[in-house]
Design a protein around this ligand. Structure first.
Ligand SMILES: Cc1cc2nc3c(=O)[nH]c(=O)nc-3n(C[C@H](O)[C@H](O)[C@H](O)COP(=O)(O)OP(=O)(O)OC[C@H]3O[C@@H](n4cnc5c(N)ncnc54)[C@H](O)[C@@H]3O)c2cc1C
Length: 509
């Protein structure tokens, strides 16, 4: 075999899975049809609980550095939901309580750097044209930009090749849902006009959002009630023109801006996208997996789609690595679908409902929005719920009946004061992608377990500091490599109980 894993697509999903697998010393090849560099600028940033995941691998600082090349102050405390501003990330219960404003091409640049550091073989200019099962893995055929055929084999295959996924089609996995009913326009407008962060505006003509990208550009997204309708709009893929952007600005912000004052010099990037909504019924076929937008397409409501893709990738990456290393039974891989598909289904339901709220330009639609804005969104519990929804955390992973409240939830954010005197954020213990068996009881109960030498488990004993409410009384936790709680207890556990819990996830000798 040429590799343990071949990943098709070097977008955010593919690069993240690749880095997660390669960092445990496995051979990973990424095949990307683009000639090099990074794709265009769709996603505008990272949300708190995703920044937290990257921080738990020790790479968040790279994103902070890259984003400050784009904007002097890339940390934004708020977000939108269903087209309405008012969401506050301080409700995220994370120390990273901000959206990090960073263009997708910069995110991909940082992810690529991470991949190269951990030894991933990233091959640009390779379009995957065919693959099939061979022995215990896959034979993949790619064609290079110069027309040469390249054949490669690997034990596992990941299709991270986006909404029009070739891998999905070739595996025969149906992509079920609905077509567009309208097309929106997005453009990065070259202009030094001072646009305020999170400018959102409705009129009877449609909806518009704008925010600064850097000193010379602002991002504009518009849905025009008439011009965007599917029978009137120029087709998807046809270029957006400066005149069209000006027309949108005039119609959608009539009393707010004078387009002639905006000194628009051009568009550095633009696109048309709609509200088509499609998804797969399964994330895998044999040893081939789909991740990110290969599993779904949707309108980018509230701008969090890539952040959900990155969470899929974090879920799949360590599991593939553990199975390939022989640490875990291959059945662990079934949990990728059983954990992430309910999250995806819930997310798509949220997207559909946000689109209806946002883009129904009738009297009734306006009344519904006004009601939502004035009476629902200001309620603290509602805001908190939407923060969880945008973070992809409304649907905890399966946990057994009678298990602890925290089981299957994302690890809460807190600090540790360790026995060796270090004071540390709990996420720092996850840098090496191990399970963390955390003893907070003060009794050092795991001292005689001797598991560290034989399995990817880090045993940590410390005092929990800055504990959120939900952690009060917790004596011990088993944290998964992707920052989810596998098990928790409020009583001092016996070693037999802990061994039983560990053996559900990893092979113990
Ligand atoms: C207008 C717009 C705005 C958005 N804004 C946001 C936002 O603000 N925040 C957010 O979180 N998300 C946003 N998103 C969503 C985000 O862009 C996607 O979720 C993200 O790009 C999906 O990543 P991916 O890696 O799964 O797929 P992609 O980014 O599509 O990457 C797939 C890769 O596979 C490659 N590929 C395809 N076929 C082959 C093949 N046969 N062989 C080799 N390579 C292949 C492609 O070239 C591509 O590089 C937005 C999307 C749009 C359209």
């Amino acid at each position: 075999m040429n590799a343990d894993l071949i990943v098709v697509g070097a977008g955010p999903s593919g690069l993240t899975v690749a880095a997660e697998v390669a960092k445990l010393g496995l051979n990973v090849i990424v095949l990307e049809r683009r000639e090099g560099g990074h794709s265009e600028s769709r996603a505008a940033g990272l949300v708190p609980r995703v920044t937290e995941l990257l921080a738990s691998r020790g790479v968040a600082d790279r994103f902070f550095k890259e984003s400050s090349e784009q904007q002097e102050w890339p940390f934004h405390p708020g977000h939108i939901y269903g087209g309405e501003s008012g969401i506050k990330w301080r409700d995220s219960e994370s120390r990273f309580d901000f959206s990090l404003r960073i263009q997708q091409w910069r995110t991909e640049k940082v992810l690529l750097g991470w991949c190269l550091d951990v030894g991933v073989d990233v091959r640009f200019g390779h379009i995957v044209e065919d693959f099939g099962e061979e022995g215990d893995g896959y034979a993949v055929m790619a064609r290079t930009s110069s027309g040469e055929e390249v054949s490669l084999t690997a034990k596992y295959l990941v299709g991270a090749d986006g909404g029009r996924s070739f891998v999905r089609t070739k595996l025969g996995i149906p992509f079920i849902g609905k077509d567009e009913s309208f097309l929106a326009v997005v453009a990065d407008v070259v202009s030094d006009y001072p646009i305020k962060t999170n400018t959102v505006h409705y009129s009877e003509n449609g909806w518009i959002s704008a925010y600064p990208i850097d000193e010379s550009k602002f991002r504009f997204i518009g849905v025009h009630a008439k011009l965007g309708s599917i029978d009137v709009s120029p087709a998807k893929g046809s270029p957006v023109t400066v005149d069209e952007v000006k027309r949108y600005l005039c119609d959608l912000l009539p009393d707010i801006v004078n387009v002639d004052d905006m000194n628009i010099k051009g568009l550095s990037w633009s696109n048309r996208f709609g509200d088509a909504l499609r998804s797969v019924s399964t994330f895998r076929s044999g040893r081939a997996f789909l991740v990110g937008e290969a599993c779904r397409i949707h309108y980018p409501a509230s701008g969090v789609g890539m952040n959900f893709c990155l969470q899929d990738a974090f879920n799949l990456g360590w599991k593939l690595a553990y199975v390939l290393k022989g640490y875990s039974d291959p059945s662990l891989l079934d949990s990728f679908e059983s954990e992430r598909k309910p999250v995806m289904d819930r997310f798509l339901q949220s997207i559909d409902s946000q689109c209806t709220l946002q883009f129904t330009f009738t009297e009734g639609g306006k009344a519904h929005r006004d009601h939502f804005r004035e009476y629902l969104l200001p309620l603290p519990e509602v805001k908190k719920h939407f923060v969880r929804e945008l973070s992809g955390l409304t649907h905890p992973y399966d946990s057994e009946k009678g298990s602890h409240l925290l089981s299957g939830e994302r690890l809460p954010d807190f600090d540790l004061i360790l026995r060796d005197g270090r004071c540390s954020w709990v996420g720092n213990e996850l840098h090496d992608s191990e399970f963390v068996l955390l003893d907070l009881s003060g009794e050092n109960v795991f001292q005689s377990l001797n598991v560290e030498a034989v399995a990817p488990v880090r045993v940590v004993c410390g005092h929990g500091s800055m504990l959120p409410e939900v952690m009060i009384g917790v004596k011990a936790l088993l944290i998964r490599p992707d920052s989810y709680v596998a098990w928790a207890t409020d009583t001092t556990p016996s070693l037999t109980e802990v061994e039983e819990v560990l053996s559900k996830w990893i092979r113990l000798p």
